[in-house]
Design a protein around this ligand. Structure first.
Ligand SMILES: Nc1ncnc2c1ncn2[C@@H]1O[C@H](COP(=O)(O)OP(=O)(O)O)[C@@H](O)[C@H]1O
Ligand SMILES: [Mg+2]
Length: 274
């Protein structure tokens, strides 16, 4: 018998965009990455290194310009937009730096949202399933609150509940602690890691913070459009060359260096409805 395909497999994946000047910008220049079921992988990189571009490929939002990306052995680029969107909704949960909750809705309604597009069973049980997830993140008593009445850490926990409510096999987190203070960020990251492990979902965390990355089993640095093992000489040099050294933090790799990234960066929300 052949082994089951990895959850995600990228081979020589490239992504270029055309600038208004008609020049090509080569953002990803040959990314190789394998993510197995239940694994936690971190991707570090300075601002502008292509982290969000890579995450949008892993999240089946964009397609590679060239190279191969397989999700559970299937090439999503060969599927129709509709089938790819369905695959994404069923298999992938997203957590964003800015939470991206709908403010007109309660915490419970926000967590219920992905279940509107789930299976019939999930649809009919949407309220109890969402409530279970809110309990799991410790916010059962805040279910009827609007996000604007919640703290940043609580909002991100609601977003974690929303990302996990359909039991995705892959969770993609783009700077999940970027808008939180250090202590709150660590608590949210610990919770995300724990829930992902419990539900046997793979977790890919994008971060500029080595301490966040240290939670994962494998860490890579995205630099020059390719991934480098964090322990490699190239990564160590690149990490030491960055200026965002944070004092008072525990040293992880490269001596407690953090990469700078403006916390205001906004991300596009992938369409939940499609
Ligand atoms: N559609 C696009 N058109 C032009 N430039 C882009 C586009 N998408 C990303 N870029 C550029 O590519 C680089 C990498 O972007 P991004 O993936 O958002 O980096 P990161 O998330 O690491 O900050 C940046 O210089 C960004 O301005
Ligand atoms: Mg980004």
């Amino acid at each position: 018998m052949t082994a089951p395909a990895p959850l995600l497999e990228l081979r020589d994946v490239r992504r270029s965009v055309r600038l208004p000047s008609r020049e090509q910008l080569h953002i990803l220049r040959g990314v190789d990455l394998t993510v197995d079921r239940g694994e936690h992988v971190a991707i570090l990189g300075r601002s502008g290194s292509g982290k969000t571009t890579l995450l949008n490929l892993l999240g089946l939002i964009d397609r590679p310009t060239s190279g191969q990306l397989l999700f559970e052995g299937t090439d999503p680029a060969r599927l129709s937009d509709r089938r790819r969107a369905r695959m994404r909704g069923r298999s992938i949960g997203f957590v964003f730096q800015q939470f991206n909750l709908l403010d007109g809705r309660t915490a419970l309604e926000n967590v219920m949202m992905p279940l509107m597009y789930g299976t019939a069973g999930q649809f009919w049980r949407r309220e109890s399933l969402a409530m279970e997830m809110l309990e799991r993140v410790g916010l059962a008593d805040r279910a009827q609150q609007k996000p604007s009445r919640l703290s940043g850490g609580e909002q991100q926990r609601v977003a974690v509940a929303r990302a996990l409510v359909r039991r995705p096999r892959l969770i993609l987190a783009d700077e999940p602690t970027g808008a939180l203070d250090v202590t709150t960020g660590e608590a949210v990251m610990g919770l995300l890691d724990e829930i992902a492990r419990d539900s046997e979902a793979a977790l890919v965390t994008i971060t500029h913070d080595l301490q966040v990355a240290a939670l994962s089993r494998r860490s890579y640095l995205l630099d020059d459009g390719t991934l480098h093992d964090v322990e490699s000489a190239h990564a160590r040099e690149a990490l030491l060359a960055t200026s965002g050294i944070r004092s008072g933090r525990r040293a992880v790799a490269g001596g407690g260096v953090a990469l700078e990234e403006p916390p205001t960066e906004r991300l596009e929300t992938p369409e939940v409805t499609s």
